[in-house]
Design a protein around this ligand. Sequence first.
Ligand code: ZN
Length: 260
Amino acid sequence: MAFCLRCINRFPAATSLVCLLFLFFFVAVPGVDAAGGPEWSYDAESESGPEYWGDISEKYKACKEGLSQSPVDIAGALDVALPRIEFNYAPTKLNIINNGHTIVVKYDKGSSITIAKEKYKLMQFHFHTPSEHLIDGLPAVMEMHLVHKSNRGKLAVVGVLFHVGAENINFESIWANLPERPRQKRSVGVKINAIELLPGSKSYYAYSGSLTTPPCTEGVKWHVLRAPLEVSEEQLLKIESILGANSRLVQPLNERELKK
Ligand SMILES: [Zn+2]
C-alpha cells in the first residue's frame, strides 16, 4: 500500500494502472476465498467464523438454511447392502497447495471411482484436523477428503478417518512437502497413488450431505470409510501446526438416513 501511495505521488498518471494492479493482487486478493467467494474462516470468535458463514454472502446461505449439511455425527447407521465403491486410481504428480484453509493435493486427470455404475473423477484430496465427521459422538484426530466429480457435475467425497498410532509411511512424501504458509505451493518430481492412502477395507458409511466449507452446497454424496488409519503423533503435530483446527462442527441430521 505504501508503495502505491509513493508511486502515485511521483508519477500520478502513468502509474495508476500499475497501482490498480498492485492493489488487486496484493490487497484485494487476500480478502477473497481461494474458490473466488468472499472470505470466511474457522475462527469461532470472528464474524467470518462458521456460525456466520451463511450471513457472509447470499452465495453461502445454504450454510445456515440447508437441511442436508455436512459433517454429521455418524451413529445408528442402517445396515443395508450398499454398492461397492470401485476405485480406479492412477499415479499422480505431487502438486500440493496450502489454500489458507487446508492442504490440498491436486490430482492429475485419469483417476476415478465408480459407484452403482456412476463414474466420478478424482479431482483432489485434502485434510482436516480434527476430523469433521464423528463416529458415535467421537472425533478422530484427522480426516482426509477425496473429492470426486461426475460428468454431470455431481460430487462424491470419500472420507478417511485417522487415529494416533504408528507412523504412516504412505504419507511420507506428502508430509515431507507440506506447504507451511497460505498460498504456498509445492510441486515435487515423485508420483503417488491415492489408492495407497486408503485402508484395505473399503466398506463405508453413506449419506447425502454438503460441502463442509462455504458455499456449503448440498447434493454431495458422502462415503466415510469405516476402517480408520493411523498417523504418528509427530505426523499429526506437523499438519496441525499448519492447519490449526479446520473442522466444521457436526450439523443436524434432520430427515436423512445414515447407511452402512
Ligand atoms: Zn474437506
